[in-house]
Design a binder for this molecule. Structure first.
Ligand code: SAM
Length: 277
């Protein structure tokens, strides 16, 4: 069997007697035209390693392999391993399937084992229940991919890319935009998935900034944004009181009489640096 001669995804699910499980956040993309489009949005994949979280029946995995990637797929639901084994045979030496919880894996170690020396990207249709914690892990942890293309529920995607001053602007957007260039690049209605979720979805493209904040700065940024957006209707002088309030704002060159949602990402970085000083 080759990638071209593999049976349709629906047939493979039926042959293996597989049904989606709600507890694993399973909503599958069974249309290869859609998964190929997502793979294209991830940029050039030829000769690159791709970490995919939750391959499930492997629709996106197929598209990533077709695009020439070396794929390391992390799947928590062991029921999918035999089906994914068939996919691995169809792309010899280019797909490693790891049965694990993606929240707990060490991506750098996985890549060193299965795709040594290749620049790495992350491309995934993420399970909704762990999408945000996974993103925070990739934005603030030691693993620094070259780029990411990730499917979230639309509301989360909008928060990641939200401009300052908008209702969706908050902690997630500040942390994502302080570390990456982030934009929503594709919307997908719920009916594109099997079974359809209750809400629409969207793909976010994230490209890490060349001058990313240090891990100390990120830790401070997490504290500042937590305090500021934890009480987003209050002025910074009051929401940041425990971290220095007006004195901290002054040191950062930020007006203490404004609310968090009007402070741009650079302003939060200045507050984080002042907190560390
Ligand atoms: N990529 C497939 C697709 O697009 O059709 C499936 C996407 S489905 C939204 C999410 C997948 O993530 C499921 O296969 C699910 O079993 C898997 N999953 C859920 N939680 C996980 C976790 N903590 N670690 C790894 N995989 C997980």
């Amino acid at each position: 069997m080759t990638l071209e001669t593999l049976p349709p995804l629906r047939d493979m699910l039926a042959e293996h007697g597989l049904m989606a499980k709600k507890s694993f956040g399973q909503h599958f993309l069974l249309d290869l035209n859609v998964t190929r489009k997502i793979a294209r949005l991830a940029g050039p994949l030829e000769g690159r390693a791709v970490i995919e979280v939750g391959p499930g029946p492997g629709g996106l995995t197929r598209a990533l392999l077709e695009a020439g990637a070396q794929v390391v797929a992390v799947e928590k639901d062991a029921r999918f391993l035999p089906l994914l084994g068939e996919l691995a045979e169809a792309a010899p030496g280019r797909l490693a399937v790891v049965e694990a919880d993606a929240l707990a894996v060490d991506e750098t170690a996985l890549l060193a084992e299965h795709a040594p020396g290749l620049p790495a990207r992350v491309v995934s249709n993420l399970p909704y229940n762990v999408g945000t914690p996974l993103l925070i892990k990739w934005l603030t942890g030691p693993f620094r991919p070259e780029a990411m293309a990730l499917m979230f529920q639309k509301e989360v995607a909008d928060r990641i890319a939200a401009p300052v001053g908008s209702g969706a602007y908050g902690r997630l957007g500040v942390i994502a935009q302080a570390t990456c260039q982030a934009s929503v690049v594709m919307d997908l209605p719920a009916r594109a998935f099997t079974p359809p979720p209750k809400v629409a979805s969207a793909v976010v493209s994230l490209t890490p900034r060349a001058e990313a904040p240090s891990s100390d700065e990120l830790a401070a940024l997490e504290r500042v944004t937590q305090a500021a957006f934890g009480q987003r209707r209050k002025m910074l002088r009051s929401s940041l009181k425990a971290l220095g309030g007006e004195t901290l704002c002054q040191a950062a060159g930020i007006d203490a009489n404004v609310r968090a949602e009007t402070v741009p990402v650079d302003g939060f970085l200045a507050l984080a640096r002042a907190l560390r000083a």
